[in-house]
Structure formats: C-alpha cells, structure tokens
Design a protein around this ligand. Structure first.
Ligand SMILES: C[S@@+](CC[C@H](N)C(=O)[O-])C[C@H]1O[C@@H](n2cnc3c(N)ncnc32)[C@H](O)[C@@H]1O
Length: 237
C-alpha cells in the first residue's frame, strides 16, 4: 500500500520529560526493546559494513545518542574489526551513566559523552571531524529547514553519515499503533505514531544533502519499519 502521508513534525512527549522522570525512563527501556524487535543493530551494521569498505574508522560521533545503549551494542559487535575507536555520544540530555562509559571502555573504545543540543554543537567553534557520524531515531525530530542546516553541518564534519529513522508509510503507521503489544508504555505508544508521521520516505534526505556530487548516497527502506540514509564521501581525485 502506498499512502501519500505528508510529513508532519510535532514535539514528542519524551522530549519534554526530564531525564529522571519515571515515564521517560520507561520510554527509554521501551526503546531498547523496540530496537531488538526492529533489528536496528543488524540494519546499522549492514549499512556501516557497506560504507566502510575503503577505510577503518577511528572516530565516531552519535547524535541523539540517548543513554548510549545502542552504541554499546554496536561497539560490542564492531570492536574486534575496529579497535581503538574514539566515540562521542552527543545528546541534549545527560543520560550516559559511568557504567555505560565503562562498558564501552571494556570493548577497547574510548568514549566521551557530550550533553548539548545538536545545534549548539553545529554553532560551536569546535571543528572536529569524524570518520563516522551516526544517528538513530533522531533526524525525524527536525523540520526541513532544520534538517538542511543539520545535514550541511554533518557533511562538513564527516567522512560517512548514517541515519536510521522511521519510514513514513502505511505499514510502519499500523505497526506504531500496535507497539503496545511489545509492552511499550503510554509515552512510547504516542511518540511512536508521531515519529512515523515525522519519518522519511523515497529520497527525501538525499534531496537535502549538500554537494551530492562529492558523495555516494544510498537511501532505502530497511526491515519493515525503517528508512536509512547513508552518505559516503568519495575519495578526492
Ligand atoms: C527517540 S530518542 C533516540 C535515542 C537513541 N538514538 C536510540 O535510538 O535509542 C531521541 C534522542 O534525541 C535527543 N534529542 C532530541 N533533540 C535533540 C537536540 N536538538 N540535540 C541533541 N539531542 C536531541 C533526545 O534527548 C533523545 O535522547
């Protein structure tokens, strides 16, 4: 079924809850369960394997990293192939616990948490570059104008960008209404529906990526509910 759903971005409930609010904590636990049900890690790993055939990454930035639990699972999978990665977990909220940082260190990676708004990071004088910038369930929070700014800033600071977002289509919309079946609480049940309406389809992110001639772009559906965008910088001639 190909419903033409116009993109609609509205604030999600989780975004307005304090980090230590019990409803927010429940919602973050729900997210971990949803990642397993949606095979998020497998989707990210496949995309990263495709994007890193020509190089081994040493620096990685996750935007909207939440509590870092998805990055920990990724590190546990990838650390054997990519030792000594310096990973930065950026989120508006300070959610990364010392235990999470310890878990990342145990994989051999060097973690750092940055509690800041992504637009403050873009506006900062810090011009650090990253081999990989990654975002999961993050880009859909932003309007087209914000996305244009964000993607332009990411492109200027990265060699590879990958995001995995809700797919704006009929099946994910039905799935989002049924997410309570996975045991998700009230906040996640409402946010899941909002996030599908704010999600992406077709080549919407590619259309906003700057200087596409310098990049290899892939934008595609992944699994039943996800939409991925992968940008790999072409080697300079
Ligand atoms: C839906 S959660 C996803 C968390 C994690 N990436 C995952 O997949 O489990 C979105 C995250 O983005 C963060 N966030 C939202 N707007 C942000 C902004 N403007 N700057 C930085 N982080 C932001 C929220 O605090 C939240 O942790």
């Amino acid at each position: 079924m190909n419903l033409s759903l116009p993109r609609r971005v509205e604030p999600e409930l989780l975004d307005d809850l304090a980090a230590d609010d019990a409803r927010a904590q429940r919602s973050r636990r729900d997210l971990r369960r949803i990642h397993r049900a949606m095979a998020t890690l497998t989707i990210l790993e496949r995309a990263l394997a495709r994007g890193t055939q020509a190089f081994r990454p040493h620096t990685l930035l996750e935007l909207g990293a939440g509590d870092g639990s998805l990055m920990l699972r990724l590190a546990q999978q990838r650390a054997l192939h990519w030792p000594d990665v310096h990973v930065t977990l950026l989120d508006r909220l300070d959610l990364v616990t010392p235990q999470m940082l310890d878990g990342l260190r145990k994989t051999g990676w060097s973690p750092q948490a940055a509690a800041m708004d992504v637009f403050d990071w873009l506006a900062s004088s810090d011009d650090s570059h990253f081999d990989i910038v990654i975002a999961n369930l993050f880009m859909h929070h932003f309007s087209s104008d914000e996305l244009t700014r964000l993607l332009t800033g990411i492109a200027a600071r990265s060699r590879l960008f990958l995001c995995c977002e809700p797919r704006r289509a009929a099946l994910p919309l039905v799935g989002s209404h049924l997410i309570g079946l996975l045991g998700a609480g009230p906040v996640t049940r409402l946010d899941a529906v909002s996030s599908v309406h704010a999600g992406f389809r077709a080549q919407e992110l590619s259309a906003l990526w700057p200087n596409p001639q310098d990049w290899e772009l892939h934008e595609y559906s992944a699994g039943l509910f996800s939409h991925c965008f992968l940008a790999i910088r072409k080697p300079q001639q």
